[in-house]
Design a protein around this ligand. Structure first.
Ligand SMILES: Nc1ncnc2c1ncn2[C@@H]1O[C@H](COP(=O)(O)OP(=O)(O)OP(=O)(O)O)[C@@H](O)[C@H]1O
Length: 727
């Protein structure tokens, strides 16, 4: 936008901002002037809570009250109205409908409309044209003609930028990507950010989907999956505020550092208290296994596969992890639990002494009929307590003291022996018995079963066995109401197994899930899935839906096209990303056989001189990362080593093995040792290299020492320069 038009739009918006800020400040001062109510009157307390909520909202919103404007005309008899859209809605106290110039019968819009409100959805779904735009409200579908779509950047109460992405009066037909491209070009720090001002139509559909569905999202690298899932949580809490509670929602993510990396988005959106855990932390707590087992760390597991160049995972669907996470395995566990319940009552009468007997039929009746509403483990306890009570009654019938004492002694022994005949509900024991029973665990080769049993005897549990243990635990103990969730988000779900989803489905109401991932980034070949269908089978078509996000927002066109060719070369069928039209530097493929260290130092300086806040040096193995990190520190380059156990992601310069970079992003990335011995031509290593390349937002450099990996074409000059070193 230039010249006069720019001036007038800018001035117009400055005036509106001034007016809005004044109104917000007046509202805030008014609320501050009301003494805080600390009494015990319930109504007053509720009013005070409301006032406090408004104070907090105004305080938060005043720095950046809104980010968008949309002029709509709902019917031809009325004029177009300007709607201002912000992270939270602010109602106007003072501005009357007449002052705003609306006809008396016209709907009154708040001074700032919450981005999650139905009418605001047009800001995201409208992609241009002359046809009216529509939006769904609780009482029906509404439509309106869109005249203007404008993005506004306000920082600390200052208007910084005005960008019209659609203007009907100027004869523009389509919404342009201008503002989006400007936003994507910004550098990133060490935290993921909200995207409320630029949510794209395909993302908005996911964010606003109904809560009672298992939503599966296959999204290419950088398509905004994580970001969209977080915005969806904020939307659900707004839309279903009476039914959902933040503390009953949970996000599962691969590690604590990643959770820290995403931890700013929800507070930015005004949402707090959502649980954020790794699956294993949550599972250990639920099944009360925290203190009784030694769980191998997921890091150890991945190190086992990627630790050295000799240890490489076979890309096979027959690995033990895949078997133990399959739906067939779940079906075997179900049958085993059923068998356990059917066989639970000992096949004998309880005879504490001669002449007294509690029949097996009676005990079975209690177990199978009277206490059937209890979960199996609790049912056993109930029946056992009842047997005890029965025994006490029988003893009371005895008048003779000597005989009573004799009977007590004898019956106590008999009772102990009888109780021992009941099956144990301790999950490790149960799982061992399951693995020992050929008819149930036959899917797994005998050798692997023996290995697992031997480890379980030492209380060592592999990650791949954790879901089975928890599944058995729930099968026997059920779940308490405070353990249930209103909604579950699973990030990097391609590394989850169908069994994990089945188990979590027992904890969430109405299959309320957001399950997101990317099959092209499935580098845990020994677990996870190859196809979403493996998980979707768990749900009917009414209770699930599938969405594909194919546009990538993170990286430049050059980086995306370059990364796509890796997938095309390494995999038979690849899910390729489409870039947003954001052009940057060509990818640099640098061939160098010596003086690597000198080169890397110079390259880091080169990247930093572009003003980047975050740069990653990605190696193939942990050993290499440690080694390079030491060398950089020795050269006084302040780099952070990431080994996977960190609680925080620091930003700046990071050195890490490529398999730990999943989910993160950096302004620039330098991938080391991109040669044929480090990256073989196979789907798994194609995915690994793809993950590495797609972490970069603006600049990507690959160092080739030795022969170039066959995953990269010698000639890909459209997107990359094969360079001689610049030392
Ligand atoms: N609509 C959007 N507007 C602006 N930025 C966006 C948009 N969608 C995504 N992004 C940006 O793209 C980047 C990638 O987003 P995110 O990490 O959520 O993607 P992802 O699909 O989870 O990625 P990956 O699978 O590669 O880890 C982030 O920097 C995010 O802010």
């Amino acid at each position: 936008m230039t010249g006069e038009r720019f001036q007038s739009a800018y001035q117009e918006e400055e005036a509106r901002l001034e007016e809005t800020l004044l109104e917000m400040k007046q509202q805030f001062e008014h609320l501050q002037a009301i003494p805080v109510y600390r009494g015990s009157d319930f109504t007053e307390q509720v009013l005070e809570d409301n006032r406090e909520l408004r104070r907090q909202r105004l305080k938060r919103a005043v720095k950046e009250p809104y980010f968008g404007r949309m002029d709509i005309q709902e019917d031809t008899s009325s004029a177009a109205v300007a709607l201002y859209i912000g992270k939270q809605g602010i109602d106007s106290d003072a501005m009357s409908i007449e002052e705003e110039g609306f006809p008396k019968n016209h709907v009154h819009y708040p001074m700032v409309i919450d981005w999650r409100a139905p009418v605001a959805s047009m800001f995201y779904s409208f992609t241009g044209g002359v046809e009216p735009a529509a939006y769904e409200a609780p009482d029906g579908t509404y439509s309106a003609e869109v005249h203007l779509k404008r993005n506004l950047v306000i920082r600390n109460e200052e208007l910084q930028r005005v960008v019209d992405t659609f203007n009907r009066e100027q004869g523009e037909e389509h919404v342009t990507d201008e503002f989006l491209v400007y936003r994507l070009g910004e550098n990133k720090d060490n935290r993921l950010r909200d995207i409320v001002s630029t949510i794209q139509a395909e993302q908005d559909i996911i964010i606003r989907s109904h809560k009672n569905k298992a939503l599966f999202i296959q999204g290419v690298a950088g398509s905004g999956k994580t970001t969209v899932a977080l915005h969806r949580l904020a939307f659900l809490l707004y839309q279903y505020q009476e039914q959902l509670k933040a503390e009953r929602m949970i996000i599962f993510a691969p590690n604590r550092m990643f959770l820290n990396y995403i931890s700013d988005v929800l507070p930015e959106l005004g949402v707090g208290n959502i649980q954020q855990r790794t699956f294993s932390d949550w599972a250990l707590e639920l099944a009360k296994l925290d203190d009784s087992i030694i769980l191998t760390s997921s890091l150890e597991e991945i190190e086992r596969w990627y630790g050295s160049l000799d240890a490489r995972p076979a890309d096979s669907s027959s690995s033990s992890g895949r078997i133990k996470g399959s739906l067939q395995w779940k079906e075997r566990l179900d049958r085993y639990v059923q068998h356990w319940v059917e066989e639970a009552v000992p096949e004998q009468d309880f005879i504490p002494w001669e002449g007294a007997a509690l029949s097996h039929d009676m005990i079975a009746h209690w177990f199978n009929e009277e206490y059937r509403s209890y979960e199996p483990a609790k049912r056993i306890l109930r029946v056992q307590a009842r047997i005890q009570r029965w025994l006490e009654m029988e003893l009371k019938k005895e008048r003779s003291r000597t005989l009573l004492s004799e009977k007590k002694k004898k019956s106590s022994q008999k009772l102990k022996t009888f109780m021992k005949k009941w099956p144990k509900s301790e999950v490790i024991e149960l799982y061992k018995a399951f693995l020992q029973a050929d008819e149930y665990s036959d899917l797994l080769p005998a050798k692997l079963r023996k290995k697992t049993i031997a480890e379980l005897k030492k209380a060592v549990v592999q990650q791949e066995d954790l879901a089975s243990l928890v599944y058995l635990y729930i099968g026997l103990n059920g779940v308490e109401s405070n353990q249930r969730f209103d909604h579950i988000v699973i990030d990097e779900a391609q590394d989850f197994s169908p069994l994990q989803i089945a188990l979590l489905d027992q904890l969430t109401k109405n299959h309320s899930f957001t399950i997101l991932g990317d099959l092209s980034q499935g580098i845990h070949a020994y677990a996870g899935i190859e196809d979403w269908q493996e998980m979707m089978e768990l749900f009917s078509t009414d209770t699930s839906s599938y969405h594909a996000l194919t546009r990538s927002y993170r990286s430049t066109m050059e980086i995306i096209h370059f990364a796509n060719q890796i997938l095309e070369r390494g995999m038979k069928t690849a899910l390729l990303a489409e870039p947003v039209f954001r052009s940057g530097h060509k990818v640099a493929v640098v061939h160098l056989q010596s003086r690597l260290e000198e080169w890397l130092q110079a390259e880091i300086v080169r990247h930093q001189s572009s003003g980047y806040q975050t740069t990653a040096i990605l190696t193939r193995t942990m050993e290499e990362a440690i080694d390079w990190h030491e060398r950089l520190l020795a050269a006084d380059i302040p780099a952070h080593l990431i080994q996977g156990k960190e609680q925080q992601y620091e930003g700046g310069i990071s050195v890490l093995p490529v398999y730990l970079s999943k989910g993160l992003e950096f302004d620039s990335v330098i991938l080391l040792h991109v040669n044929e011995s480090h990256y073989h031509l196979n789907p798994l290593e194609a995915r690994l290299l793809y993950v590495g390349c797609t972490r970069a937002l603006h600049q990507l450099t690959l160092l080739v020492d030795g022969v170039l990996t066959p995953l990269i074409a010698e000639d890909c000059s459209d997107w990359a320069d094969h360079l001689a070193p610049t030392l």
